[in-house]
Design a protein around this ligand. Structure first.
Ligand SMILES: *[C@@H]1O[C@H](CO)[C@@H](O)[C@H](O)[C@H]1NC(C)=O
Ligand SMILES: *[C@@H]1O[C@H](CO)[C@@H](O)[C@H](O)[C@H]1NC(C)=O
Ligand SMILES: *[C@@H]1O[C@H](CO)[C@@H](O)[C@H](O)[C@H]1NC(C)=O
Ligand SMILES: *[C@@H]1O[C@H](CO)[C@@H](O)[C@H](O)[C@H]1NC(C)=O
Ligand SMILES: *[C@@H]1O[C@H](CO)[C@@H](O)[C@H](O)[C@H]1NC(C)=O
Ligand SMILES: *[C@@H]1O[C@H](CO)[C@@H](O)[C@H](O)[C@H]1NC(C)=O
Ligand SMILES: *[C@@H]1O[C@H](CO)[C@@H](O)[C@H](O)[C@H]1NC(C)=O
Ligand SMILES: *[C@@H]1O[C@H](CO)[C@@H](O)[C@H](O)[C@H]1NC(C)=O
Length: 694
């Protein structure tokens, strides 16, 4: 999805939000809807698909012949048809790769118990193929086929949203960072290198991850497959989207659909011949589909493909947590909209999100708006199922709004929420400097980007030993990408942070032999731009680290040693117990290690061990528990604690907690404290590195 509620895409947003605020005058919508009508020439659609999309035999596509049984899932002009019967999709978005896999069934069962009959899911290519050719469908967290089989067992159908670009506030919209190293690559276009990689990805997903066999046409739960994602917000290259349609058609014979914002230019940019066009964003958007899409091969029943249950969070001292909790008007707006979609408009709907989950590790995305706006590790979203999968007030309000539209007694009762654990405060001791934890080291005259160093996420340390005296402000390539801590001989001199429109200038004075060190953190690659936004091309500018030359006082600095720290796994020395912080001089980031005894299981569920880990004196950093990377913390908020899934915790045993604190000089280095809290608190603080920055 994209955040068009906010300041992300001015043109799109203006239309949407003003409409949305005024929308509840739905007269206009209702009258447009009555104009939908007539029956569609299904045979025309079917033969056109067969002609226009190579490899399709018509099986399962929107076609019906006189003798054959109806395809498992298809549609006519008015209705989706499941086994020949009209079917309203009551859907919700939930992405398997954002949910700890042992909890997939719990979350799916609860989505079903809210009254949903369908789950919509993005697939994150970067997680499935972390390096080119290394397809990880056997990693249980990436076994998306298993997740869809569980969905089916729990009584849910599936709408597959494979991208390959998915947006979703996820690292580079789901693209693997290594794509940027392929010569000639331009993503989201009909660029040959991109189409080749996209075809390989779809082929792997269909065959090696087994998703082709999970289509409704073969007895599986997958009803439809989305082509690209809100592409019309980005561009209007129909050659590209037609090529992507054909790539998907090689493997998927169920209906394909597009999903675009509800204005003329998004729908016209995103529509693809022979692909069902749908809108998203709320009830106000529904009439736009039939107003702006006229090709009969793209028309069918209406689906609001992303009805926002609320919004994601972004780091920042002035960004409160987005939630409907405590705002009855927001909740009743959602409740009214459910009745409107399912009742007055006879439309299908998908709630984005029914359960957001977590951007574990370094998996959050970001925006570029003259500054980096990074999404938090929590993807709670204010959704009806919270980040830990517990039902909320919004869940029950939405459930009550859905029940009148489904057969009495057809929706299971939701299970009670299990309690979360409290973990008393425990201390952590410094064990290793991040500067001693590099994975690869390379020297070059000019700095190389993270990607050129073969690194996708995490931190890169750039070190230069001065041969001559140099004085003045430091620049790190074309701009900080994204957060640069500047050190001289291990002493922190300041931070150049692209999260601020005007990153601070850091001045250094080097004598021959002094070591200049720039530690660069990738805060998450840009996942979204809108046409009409002057920064739209940044989704095609994924480079992290340092791109261009470093200067000091305007003089180009040559001769660099570059150390990569992707931290897929913790450095062995962090856990070995042999590391000694006595070696650590200066202000370098430190790994701290501590442990707690896992609470005893009081219910027969690892979920009772769920907790939120807080690092009360921490400034900015990352947390691992038993080697599982929970994500980032930053005292500016709004996120103040990290979700620790109970399935990671060992009850009754010692559990190792590792904290990487990036700014130990701000907080006294000797020790840290952490604890687990059953009830999360959101909040904001000023940034001690940039008190006046906004
Ligand atoms: C929706 O339908 C209900 C019941 O028919 C009606 O009372 C209401 O006015 C309709 N709302 C709109 C916006 O059309
Ligand atoms: C699309 O393809 C056609 C035929 O090859 C070509 O004439 C046209 O310029 C292409 N359009 C774009 C936007 O690339
Ligand atoms: C969510 O939070 C961001 C940052 O504070 C804000 O700009 C946006 O308007 C919020 N969205 C909603 C729907 O409240
Ligand atoms: C972004 O920054 C550039 C250069 O500083 C400036 O010209 C432009 O007006 C800024 N745009 C916005 C939207 O802030
Ligand atoms: C469902 O049950 C309610 C209350 O028992 C009843 O009023 C309603 O008519 C029933 N609806 C259907 C579709 O059976
Ligand atoms: C950094 O220095 C440049 C060049 O003098 C200046 O334009 C800019 O305002 C400075 N930035 C800050 C945050 O002071
Ligand atoms: C260096 O940064 C300082 C602080 O922002 C600024 O006042 C000064 O103008 C900068 N110097 C140059 C030469 O850009
Ligand atoms: C916990 O649940 C599992 C699976 O439902 C069952 O096999 C096991 O016996 C249960 N354990 C206890 C202590 O109830």
């Amino acid at each position: 999805m994209q955040r068009c509620h906010a300041d992300i895409c001015p043109r799109h947003f203006q239309v949407r939000l003003s409409e949305y605020r005024r929308h509840r005058s739905r007269v206009l919508i209702a009258s447009s809807l009555t104009m939908l009508g007539g029956s569609v020439a299904l045979a025309l659609v079917a033969s056109a698909i067969a002609a226009g999309a190579p490899g399709v035999q018509g099986k399962g596509s929107p076609s019906r012949t006189r003798s054959a049984p109806p395809p498992a899932f298809t549609y006519d002009r008015q209705s989706f048809l499941l086994h020949g019967e009209p079917y309203t999709i009551i859907g919700g978005q939930m992405d398997p790769q954002r949910i700890p896999y042992p909890y997939w069934r719990d979350r799916l069962a609860k989505a079903r118990a809210m009254g949903l009959n369908t789950i919509f899911s993005y697939i994150f290519w970067n997680n499935l193929e972390p390096s080119r050719g290394d397809w990880r469908s056997d990693d249980p967290q990436n076994d998306v086929g298993k997740y869809f089989r569980i969905a089916q067992e729990e009584g849910l159908n599936v709408v597959l949203r494979p991208g390959p670009y998915i947006c979703g506030e996820h690292e580079w919209g789901g693209f693997p960072a290594w794509l940027s190293n392929i010569p000639g690559m331009v993503v989201r276009t009909d660029n040959e290198p991109f189409l080749q990689e996209a075809a390989r990805y779809v082929d792997n997903l269909a065959r090696r991850s087994g998703l082709a066999d999970l289509q409704a046409s073969r007895g599986g739960p997958i009803l439809m497959v989305q082509v690209e994602n809100e592409y019309g917000s980005f561009d209007d290259n129909h050659n590209y989207t037609a090529a992507l349609r054909d790539i998907l058609r090689r493997h998927f014979d169920v209906p394909l659909y597009t999903n675009d914002g509800g204005v003329d230019w998004t729908l016209e940019g995103g529509e693809i011949p022979f692909v069902l066009a749908e809108v998203d964003g709320g009830s106000w958007a529904l009439p736009a589909r039939d107003e702006y899409v006229t090709d009969p091969t793209e028309l069918g029943p209406l689906l609001d493909g992303e009805y926002y249950t609320w919004a994601p969070d972004q780091w920042g001292s002035y960004n409160p947590h987005n939630t409907t909790a405590g705002n009855a008007a927001d909740v009743s707006g959602i409740v009214d909209d459910i009745a409107f979609h399912l009742g007055n408009a006879s439309a299908s709907i998908s709630f984005y999100m029914v359960h957001g989950g977590t951007n574990f590790g370094f998996q959050n995305g970001a925006l570029w708006q003259n500054r980096t706006t990074a999404f938090t590790s929590s993807y709670d979203y204010g959704a009806p199922l919270d980040e830990t999968g517990r039902t909320t007030d919004l869940y029950f309000q939405m459930r009550n709004a859905i029940l009148p539209f489904v057969p009495n007694g057809s929706v299971p009762a939701p299970p009670d929420n299990l309690p979360r654990a409290e973990i008393p405060p425990f201390s952590l001791r410094p064990v290793l400097s991040l500067f001693d934890a590099y994975e690869t080291r390379k020297t070059a005259d000019a700095p190389l980007t993270m990607e050129a160093l073969g690194q996708s996420y995490g931190f890169t340390l750039y070190e230069h030993t001065a041969k001559a005296a140099m004085t003045g402000n430091v620049t790190a390539g074309d701009r900080p990408r994204d957060r640069v801590i500047v050190y001289v001989n291990g002493k922190a001199m300041g931070i150049m942070d692209s999260q601020y429109q005007h990153p601070l200038n850091v001045s250094v004075s080097l004598r021959p032999g002094d070591k200049l060190q720039l530690l660069v953190e990738n805060l998450g690659r840009v996942d979204y731009y809108s046409r009409g936004n002057p920064y739209r091309n940044y989704v095609q500018d994924p480079w992290k680290g340092i791109k261009g030359d470093v200067t000091v006082g305007g003089v180009v600095v040559r001769g660099w040693v570059m150390s990569t720290m992707q931290l897929d796994a913790l450095p062995a020395r962090v856990s070995s117990g042999k590391a000694c912080v006595g070696r650590v001089a200066g202000d370098a980031p430190l790994f701290y290690r501590g442990s707690f005894t896992g609470p005893d299981v009081t219910h027969n569920s690892t979920m009772t061990l769920d907790t939120f880990v807080a690092v009360p004196h921490g400034i900015k950093g990352n947390v691992w528990v038993n080697g599982f990377h929970l994500g980032r913390y930053w005292l500016v908020g709004p996120q103040q604690s990290l979700y620790l899934p109970g399935c990671v915790v060992k009850p009754g045993e010692e559990n190792e907690v590792v904290v990487l604190e990036l700014e130990p000089w701000q907080m006294g280095k000797e020790s840290m404290v952490a604890y687990g809290t059953a009830d999360r608190v959101w909040g904001n603080n000023p940034d001690p590195d940039c008190l006046k920055c906004v």
